[in-house]
Design a binder for this molecule. Structure first.
Ligand SMILES: Cc1cc2nc3c(=O)[nH]c(=O)nc-3n(C[C@H](O)[C@H](O)[C@H](O)COP(=O)(O)OP(=O)(O)OC[C@H]3O[C@@H](n4cnc5c(N)ncnc54)[C@H](O)[C@@H]3O)c2cc1C
Length: 442
């Protein structure tokens, strides 16, 4: 029964969300008299959109909590896309709520729009706070828009993103103290407070308390650092009760290295070897400030870990044959899967794309695993770029893996390569449900 619930958890979540939305609509419907004027119609539409904006915020909080079950079943990159979609809805529905209430109240009171703004901001408790909160949502939403986000440093974007919490706190009180569905109805009011309290508790538990408990319980620290290629190091972590972390090959941890310069940043890194009770390994390519610092991280540095996260695991496998397609540093989770993924002898293939021979990491380990497991590894080396991925085109793919259509495919690498590989796999007859991938950019 538990396995059934876990397998269908994404659908159960969607069903739960739909039931919640239906319940809110029912609450609004049963507590609303038929509006008799255009102003009253706008006001009621404003109240309904307000309820939905508040509800979407609860969903956003739950998504921010990074629930392990969802992370494992849905996958982090998909959850990140859902998170940004819900975020956009929050901004749009909140703005619609404010405009509808403003116009509806002004028409009903026969007041000018300017006078109505003053009345709303000064005459109703916490409405001014809510408007400031909505302003923060709009600010965060604007900065997160793809065009602007790509021009802003990740850390700046992340710190700005924290303003969402302030926005949620500021917007909460006017719902309870002025909401037409909550003021006269104690059950609805306490239910709403309960939903926000539960979502906040999940967030505090999984994002704050569990990592602190892990620090104390697992006492992770850097045990060794090994250079794998120019600008790429493997960091070995040891600690206590590592098996209780529940990490699987293909997953990643968000790591916070507790040094003077890096303690405030947590970055995601995939396990580059199947986890074992004695040590964990991540392999890091220098791309920016943090990854650059880690090339020289000192043995003994304490590490705070969040996770494990990610759904690119053996649980996704549905066939006896598997093809793994890696590009650049995207080889890290696939290296761990190559070592541990159950597959029929002779039907496990790793295709590893790298720009230069010196960029190929783990060559020795991969050859050894291939020999031990009677698996196959193909190294495709050459400069990247448009039209430079011939070996990932369908004909080549079929030549390298003749039964590719019968296999599961696991992918991790740069965006362009992943797109080419996915299109080729589809053309070779691999259905989307058997193509599993992890995106390093979210
Ligand atoms: C699920 C996942 C697994 C990953 N696994 C590995 C791995 O095994 N090995 C490896 O070398 N790299 C991995 N990465 C990429 C790695 O997290 C980034 O290269 C690193 O965070 C860059 O930080 P920086 O300060 O050095 O670079 P910056 O110059 O600050 O950023 C470079 C790029 O990384 C992104 N980035 C920066 N900080 C973060 C963050 N905290 N969270 C998410 N993205 C961020 C930025 O948007 C930018 O696109 C993984 C990323 C993800 C999402």
């Amino acid at each position: 029964m538990r396995a059934l619930i876990v397998r269908h958890s994404p659908w159960l979540v969607w069903a739960g969300v739909a039931v919640g939305a239906g319940g809110l609509t029912l609450l609004w419907w049963t507590s609303t008299l038929p509006p008799t004027s255009f102003g009253a119609q706008l006001t009621e539409a404003g109240r309904l959109t307000g309820l939905f904006a508040g509800y979407l915020v609860v969903i956003l909080l739950v998504l921010m909590a990074r629930l392990p079950l969802l992370e494992r079943q849905v996958g982090t990159d998909r959850l990140a896309r859902i998170h940004s979609m819900v975020g956009r809805y929050v901004v749009c529905v909140t703005v619609a709520h404010m405009v509808l209430i403003w116009l509806g109240y002004a028409l009903t009171a026969h007041a000018s729009l300017g006078a109505e703004v003053t009345d709303l901001l000064t005459g109703y408790p916490y409405v001014l706070w809510a408007v400031i909160g909505a302003g923060l949502f709009v600010l965060v939403g604007t900065v997160s828009a793809t065009a602007i986000r790509s021009r802003v440093r990740y850390e700046t974007w992340y710190l700005l993103h924290l303003l969402t919490y302030a926005g949620i706190a500021l917007a909460f009180w006017h719902q309870i103290l002025t909401g037409a569905q909550f003021v006269p109805n104690a059950v609805a009011r306490w239910g709403w407070i309960g939903a926000y309290a539960a979502a906040t508790a999940l967030l505090v538990w999984y994002r704050l308390l569990v990592p602190i408990r892990n620090l104390w319980r697992h006492r992770l620290e850097v045990a060794a650092v090994r250079t794998e290629a120019p600008g790429v190091v493997s960091v070995y972590l040891t600690g206590a009760r590592l098996d209780e972390l529940g990490a699987e090959a293909g997953q990643f941890l968000r790591l916070r290295f507790l040094t003077r310069n890096a303690w405030w940043q947590s970055h995601p890194y995939s396990l580059s070897a199947a986890p074992n009770p004695s040590w964990l390994r991540v392999t890091i390519k220098a791309l920016g400030d943090h990854t650059e610092q880690l090339q020289r991280i000192r043995v003994g540095t304490r590490v705070l870990a969040e996770g494990p996260y990610g759904a690119l695991t053996a649980r996704r496998r549905s066939r006896h044959g598997v093809v793994l397609i890696a590009g650049g540093v995207g080889v890290t989770p696939l290296r761990a899967l190559f070592e541990s993924l159950p597959a029929e002898e002779g039907r496990l293939t790793l295709i590893y794309r790298a720009s230069r021979h010196e960029d190929v990491v783990f060559r020795h380990e991969l050859d050894e695993i291939a020999a031990d497991r009677r698996a196959v590894v193909h190294y495709l080396v050459g400069p990247p770029g448009p039209g430079q991925e011939p070996a990932l085109h369908p004909n080549w793919l079929r030549r390298l893996v003749p039964d590719v259509a019968e296999r599961d495919a696991y992918l991790c690498g740069p965006g362009g390569m992943m797109t080419t590989a996915m299109e080729s796999l589809r053309e070779c007859g691999v259905p989307a449900r058997r193509i599993h991938h992890e995106d390093f950019n979210f």
